[in-house]
Design a protein around this ligand. Structure first.
Ligand code: FAD
Ligand code: NAD
Length: 481
């Protein structure tokens, strides 16, 4: 429908008309709504659940980090406090309280989004959003009642759901996804994790630290396989120390719930079948774009073969005034990537010319030690045939890390062999999730390794490890090793 038809149409109906309708209130959707409202556009946000914030706030980033923090406190109390000179008696886990605190953190965060919508005068419509045509979205509430709203522009931000394998039935009791793993009623005795990616390592860590045996079955030859290979190797060493065991290069062929026990069958590299028995199986083999009930075809929006919404470089779908962002489109499934795209689309609609540097979207795994990276991996540089230098520095040589007893890990800096420009930074160690921001800034300003090496870093801090790795990359000039 062309725009004047659209305006005329809305004059003769009682439908609410918006400059922008956003479908989905995750980090992509709610951020897009805020930015659109900031830019003076009348904005609506449609969310099928009763709380805002999407996967990230309700069953993703926030609750997982809350449990990671709690379990880390317990693990430290049980294993490192005595060395620090703190003796504890009668230490035990109160799992219901741990889960209740996590729920409270989620509530605070989702309520915060509700507040932000009010503050920015974004109309929130609770109900399933489905396209009637290219400008009309039907919002169907849980009680079955429906209202149509109209938008000059529409942003699809419907996110993703856990992926599974055809032969696995997620019964949500013993064969679970991340969503159930965030509200366990008991600590597993033996948790089998299928998929050695981010969710598997983070949620495996939660229960590993609380005392569960954790077995990871991973198809590839390393854990967190999309990151620089050195990070997976280091992380594997650290996780073994808290009782993880790894079945790498194993292809899962069967998963069965036998009541009180689960059995996972996997084929190893030699073609032999391995059987692992535990009491819970976490299926964490990735996530898939979610478009159920959206009726995208009614608007002329096309999907890719993988079920994602097809978009061009401006994040426009096949219908130019309909955009899509976040997990439902190509690219990394990360909250901060979705947020950047939300801002990008709102500004594009407002006539601005925004830009996203996808290479510099950092990736973080919130295990302990934390893993964080930005830019090219060493494997990618080899594949590109680009000449590069490597500078590495271990946390073991850092005074700050020794003081806190967090000496696992290292920082690796990859720099161009002739210009010294930093091309990639790969960190594993204490607080690297926060440290990676310095590398992002450096790379955004196209800093050389020597630029960073010549900047003062407070002593003693973990950030000195990044500076030392840059010194090592410059001319093998690290000072403290
Ligand atoms: P989502 O957050 O999935 O939101 C989509 C929303 O759309 C949902 O609320 C859904 O109900 C709604 N919706 C869907 N269809 C409709 C419809 N038809 N009508 C109305 N509403 C609809 N990323 C990080 O960057 N850092 C982390 O630490 C991190 N931890 C994670 C931990 C776990 C356990 C999981 C599962 C994910 C984690 N992620 C993390 C990934 C992150 O949650 C996602 O990348 C992010 O939520 C994607 O945002 P989004 O806005 O695209 O979609
Ligand atoms: P993932 O893509 O990180 O890891 C999936 C793993 O499963 C991979 O290592 C893959 O090789 C393996 N795998 C796939 N099929 C398999 C099979 N048949 N048998 C054995 N292994 C198999 O996916 P995830 O951990 O499920 O996480 C989903 C998404 O959520 C990710 O894209 C991630 O970015 C996002 N997430 C991010 C964070 C974070 O930023 N800290 C935390 C959690 C989730």
């Amino acid at each position: 429908m062309c725009t004047w038809y659209f305006v005329l149409g809305t004059l003769y109906t009682n439908k609410k008309m918006y400059d922008v309708i956003v479908i989905g209130s995750g980090p992509g959707g709610y951020v897009a709504a805020i930015r659109a409202a900031q830019l003076g556009m009348k904005t609506a946000l449609v969310e099928k659940y009763s709380t805002l914030g999407g996967t990230c706030l309700n069953v993703g980033c926030i609750p997982s980090k809350a449990l990671l923090d709690s379990s880390e406190h317990y693990h430290n109390a049980a294993h490192t406090f005595a060395t620090h000179g703190i003796d504890l008696k009668g230490l035990k886990v109160n799992l219901p309280q741990m889960i209740a605190r996590k729920d409270e953190v989620v509530t605070q965060n989702v309520d915060g989004i509700q507040f932000l919508m009010k503050k920015n005068k974004v109309d929130v419509h609770h109900g399933l959003g489905s396209f009637v045509d290219a400008h009309t979205v039907k919002v169907t509430k849980a009680d079955g009642s429906a209202t149509d709203i109209q938008g000059k522009n529409i942003i699809i931000a419907t996110g993703s759901k856990p992926a599974s394998l055809p032969f696995i039935t997620i019964d949500k009791k013993r064969i679970i996804t991340s969503t159930e793993a965030l509200k366990m009623k008991e600590i597993p005795k033996h948790l089998i994790v299928i998929g050695g990616g981010v969710i598997g390592m983070e949620l495996g860590s939660v229960y590993g630290r609380l005392g569960a045996k954790v077995s990871v079955v991973e198809y590839m030859d390393s854990i967190i396989p999309t990151m620089d290979k050195s990070l997976g190797k280091e992380l594997q060493k650290s996780l073994k120390k808290i009782g993880f065991e790894f079945y790498l290069k194993h292809k899962v062929t069967g998963v069965e719930n036998l009541g009180k026990e689960v059995v996972v069958k996997a084929e190893n590299a030699k073609g032999e079948t391995v059987e692992i028995k535990g009491d819970y199986v976490l299926v964490s083999i990735g996530r898939k774009a979610y478009t159920d009930g959206l009726n995208a075809a009614a608007a002329g929006v096309k999907l890719t073969e993988r079920g994602q919404i097809e978009v061009n470089d401006h994040l426009q779908t096949a219908v130019p005034h309909i955009y899509a962002i976040g997990d439902v489109v190509k690219g990394a499934m990360l909250a901060h990537k979705a947020e950047e795209e939300g801002v990008f689309v709102a500004e594009t609609i407002a006539g601005q010319k925004p830009h996203i540097n996808y290479l510099l979207i950092p990736g973080v795994v919130y295990t302990w030690p934390e893993v964080a990276a930005v830019g090219y991996t060493e494997e990618q540089l080899k594949e590109q045939g680009r000449a590069y230098k490597v500078g590495k520095f271990p946390f073991l040589a850092s005074g700050r890390a020794r003081a806190s007893m967090d000496t696992d890990g290292m920082v690796k800096v990859l720099a161009d062999a002739s210009t010294d420009e930093i091309l990639g930074v790969h960190m594993i160690g204490p607080r690297t999730a926060d440290m990676i921001a310095e590398a992002v800034v450096a790379m955004e300003f196209r800093a050389s390794a020597e630029d960073i090496a010549r900047m003062s870093h407070a002593h003693p801090t973990y950030t000195e490890v990044f500076k030392e790795a840059c010194l090592a990359a410059t001319d093998n000039r690290a000072l403290h090793i």
